[in-house]
Design a protein around this ligand. Sequence first.
Ligand code: NAG
Ligand code: NAG
Ligand code: NAG
Ligand code: NAG
Ligand code: NAG
Ligand code: NAG
Ligand code: NAG
Ligand code: NAG
Ligand code: NAG
Length: 289
Amino acid sequence: MDPRRIMELGILLLVTAFTLSGAASMKIQAYFNSTACLPCPHSKVQNMSLSELVVFWQDQKKLVLYEHYLGREKSNSVNAKYLGRTSFDEHNWALRLPNVQITDMGSYDCYIQQKRPTGSVILQQTNMELSVVANFSEPEIELAQNVTRNSGINLTCTSEHGFPKPMKMYFLIINSTNKQGDDMEISQDNVTELFSVSTSLSLPFPEDAYNVTFWCVLETKSMNISSRPFSVVLPEPRPVQENWRVTVVVAVVVAVLGAVLPLIIYFLCSCWSRRKDARRSRSRVASVS
Ligand SMILES: *[C@@H]1O[C@H](CO)[C@@H](O)[C@H](O)[C@H]1NC(C)=O
Ligand SMILES: *[C@@H]1O[C@H](CO)[C@@H](O)[C@H](O)[C@H]1NC(C)=O
Ligand SMILES: *[C@@H]1O[C@H](CO)[C@@H](O)[C@H](O)[C@H]1NC(C)=O
Ligand SMILES: *[C@@H]1O[C@H](CO)[C@@H](O)[C@H](O)[C@H]1NC(C)=O
Ligand SMILES: *[C@@H]1O[C@H](CO)[C@@H](O)[C@H](O)[C@H]1NC(C)=O
Ligand SMILES: *[C@@H]1O[C@H](CO)[C@@H](O)[C@H](O)[C@H]1NC(C)=O
Ligand SMILES: *[C@@H]1O[C@H](CO)[C@@H](O)[C@H](O)[C@H]1NC(C)=O
Ligand SMILES: *[C@@H]1O[C@H](CO)[C@@H](O)[C@H](O)[C@H]1NC(C)=O
Ligand SMILES: *[C@@H]1O[C@H](CO)[C@@H](O)[C@H](O)[C@H]1NC(C)=O
């Protein structure tokens, strides 16, 4: 089965038959703070009803989570830790354990017992291993320091509240497959036992760039989570390259004006002086006549 599909169901059931003992052990996975479902396979008592049987679950310390005694709940032997916390699903013979915590991880047993005049007999026993997982939050990139060309780039990436421990966290720069960044730092919440991770990256600003885009990736056993792209843009304006065209246009305009203006002035002047000559010669003709 596709592991993602199983994850979607929220609960993972894998039955591993221990060929030697004949007993079955199941692996159950539940999300942190969700409801775990502890089954009680009853293939060997298919012809019997709950009212004839005693069904109960124990944790690895043999503390009783729940007991269904000849058709009804019986709480005398239930450990205080589990009183009122569980609920029994009569249809599936399963025990629901809501708000699963990391401390609930471990081994559980379900027993199906029959009361006989000669004493109690265990008809079926199932061992199961509960594991609890929590999805890390989407990694987030933050600038540790405002960027100038001299300061370089200092980034941190953080992701929170996951379980179990992740494997790797790193930065990727656009169009590069090089994984960059310091070793990740891991901290654990002392109440929930969930992990938070962070990593940082310091690098000089690439010489010919004004805008660099980063991603941060967190690799866990079951998935890789990527941050949104984060662009670091230099506050300084783009010189030369961007103004290159403008400079050329201005230079051409100046050159053209420089060459053409004297010509225009020359023509204007020569026109003006020709007209003056004409007027002068006209007045000369007049004076002669
Ligand atoms: C955890 O992540 C998986 C994969 O992205 C997703 O299918 C699942 O719904 C998530 N579960 C929770 C409780 O967020
Ligand atoms: C656990 O779930 C309950 C609701 O069922 C919610 O109120 C609580 O905040 C959750 N706790 C954590 C640590 O996610
Ligand atoms: C159920 O079947 C088993 C054999 O599979 C038999 O020993 C037992 O007596 C049956 N019980 C009832 C209540 O029919
Ligand atoms: C970065 O610059 C902004 C203003 O441009 C300022 O508000 C902020 O405090 C600066 N951050 C750091 C870490 O220097
Ligand atoms: C990155 O690659 C894309 C195409 O794969 C290209 O269009 C883009 O210009 C490249 N960016 C840089 C900064 O090299
Ligand atoms: C958790 O750790 C913090 C400091 O690291 C401390 O102040 C707090 O008392 C601790 N809580 C418990 C429940 O141990
Ligand atoms: C940024 O990184 C440089 C090294 O590249 C380091 O010298 C500097 O102290 C860092 N600044 C901050 C605020 O972390
Ligand atoms: C920087 O590059 C990113 C991705 O190439 C782009 O989305 C963003 O608009 C750019 N920012 C600036 C100020 O050029
Ligand atoms: C996560 O990415 C790495 C390479 O970057 C790859 O080898 C690994 O298979 C990926 N894991 C998952 C669960 O997708």
